[in-house]
Design a protein around this ligand. Structure first.
Ligand code: SF4
Ligand code: SF4
Length: 436
């Protein structure tokens, strides 16, 4: 695509990077077919190609964002299906990141929209605040039906998503060193995370149990914070970069202390962002090198387990439908490891039709865009249920929370099934279910 940026505009490194991305797009439109918002809404401006044109026009003209651009960029899930599909290698992820930061700097949103986003940014990344918010949501749930005005829909969505049962805080969510329980063959750090340890602490408990049984020392370092992805996708760059720097510092301390073979992440949404820390902090001379080193160590738990040669198990007689989170398949390009691990562990693995389409979770998307999100959830659940699984497995807490509100089939993190298959207890969520 031809671009018309001035030499002066290109002195801004963010504009220069986006210009390179824009030039790669050849308008072919292949990406539209796999874009969940285009498939749902049928509007070219809600397709990757349409959004690319809007971003190009805004940046080239050095304009502040306007309501039209904001509407269509806000509707983007950042699912990155378009990146997987694009034959020209257009780096839509970094283009839309730049657009979102530009919107945040140049556009004044309506009051309720600003208020809702400010609440999400102030609550979700902080586990103690998030836990309190979930408790309040339990009390407020009866009010959900009254929140029909468009500006209140995000609050209704929050109430609908809040779990009925909030798990007790887990000791595994605290900073600690978990010693290897077999002959030691490695040392890793694990990201404790922000929303996940509140919503589902069993995920990291399972990861730590399995890794230590396999001879891996697992450190949950002091000083870790949210990975920054929730605010990054809202365009709040400074808040996201502050989180990234804090995590780089926490992991660098562990690298200096005892070395790390990997930084294990059990939420693929976080993994996509942490693997991008090198890019996010590339313009910060104090952090660029350290961030790139940390990003290179980041591994999804299934990616790491795939390198450990787990033994093949006898079949368990249980059918698992694997839902590949967008951040797993499109963001990190991890497609085979989770399925191969589940098969080797003795599960029969199925995959739903339209596996490339997002479930509608996408960070805070299911709160901020509840209607599109709900349509995608219905479509995803229909495709999953058609495979008639005993259990659904996935690698991202956002998808677990989203899909669980649309089906009675238990949905677990892949690591919970693997921990069970390799000597752990049956996952709490499966107790009482009539499993084959
Ligand atoms: S990231 Fe997803 S929703 Fe956004 S343009 Fe690409 S395919 Fe569409
Ligand atoms: S598939 Fe790639 S090159 Fe084609 S329109 Fe989409 S982003 Fe541009």
């Amino acid at each position: 695509m031809q671009t018309n940026f001035t030499a002066e505009q290109l002195t801004d490194p963010h504009v220069a990077a986006s210009e390179k991305i824009l030039r790669k797009c050849v308008h072919c439109g292949f990406c539209t077919a796999t874009c969940p918002t285009y498939v749902t809404l049928g509007n070219e401006l809600d397709s990757p190609r349409g959004r690319i044109y809007l971003i190009k026009d805004m940046l080239e003209n050095g304009r502040a964002a306007d309501a039209k651009v904001v509407t269509h960029i806000d509707r983007c899930l950042s699912c990155l299906a378009c990146v997987t599909t694009c034959p020209s290698g257009v780096d839509y992820m970094h283009l839309v990141d730049h657009a979102r930061a530009h919107i945040e700097k140049t556009y004044k949103r309506p009051f309720m929209n600003r208020f809702t986003r400010a609440i999400l940014a102030a609550v979700l990344p902080y586990p103690s605040r998030f836990r309190l918010a979930l408790k309040l949501a339990k009390i407020g749930r009866p009010l959900q039906g009254l929140m029909r005005a468009p500006a209140l829909k995000p609050f209704a969505a929050m109430l609908a998503l809040a779990p009925k049962h909030i798990p007790a805080p887990s000791p595994f969510s605290l900073p600690a060193v978990h010693a290897a329980k077999a002959e030691k063959r490695g040392r890793v750090a694990i990201l404790t995370g922000c929303a996940q340890p509140v919503l589902d602490p069993a995920i990291n408990e399972a990861a730590i149990r399995l890794l230590t049984r396999l001879g891996i020392e697992v450190v949950a370092p002091a000083g870790e914070v949210c990975c920054g992805s929730l605010v990054h996708h809202m365009g709040r760059e400074e808040q996201a970069l502050a989180s990234a720097r804090a995590n780089v510092d926490a992991w660098m301390r562990e690298i200096e202390k005892g070395g790390l073979d990997a930084i294990i992440i059990t939420a693929s949404g976080c993994g996509t962002t942490i693997k991008d820390y090198g890019h996010m902090l590339r313009l910060d001379p104090a952090y660029s090198e350290k961030a790139a080193g940390v990003a290179a160590l980041a591994k999804d738990i299934t990616e790491f387990l795939a390198s450990l040669d787990l033994p093949a198990n006898v079949p368990k007689g249980l059918t698992v439908t694997y839902h590949s989170a967008c951040s797993m398949q499109h963001g990190q390009k991890i497609t085979m490891a989770p399925k191969q691990l589940l098969k080797a562990a003795g599960f029969t693995v199925r995959e739903p039709a339209e596996g490339h389409l997002c479930c509608g979770s996408a960070g805070t998307y299911n709160i901020m865009q509840p209607d599109i999100s709900a349509a995608l959830k219905v479509r995803k659940v229909k495709n999953i249920e058609a495979t008639k699984p005993d259990v659904i497995a996935t690698g991202n807490i956002g998808c677990i929370t989203q899909i669980a509100t649309g089906t009675a089939i238990p949905i677990l993190h892949t690591i919970e099934l693997l921990d069970w298959a390799y000597g752990g207890d049956i996952p709490q969520k499966l107790r009482g279910f009539p499993l084959a």
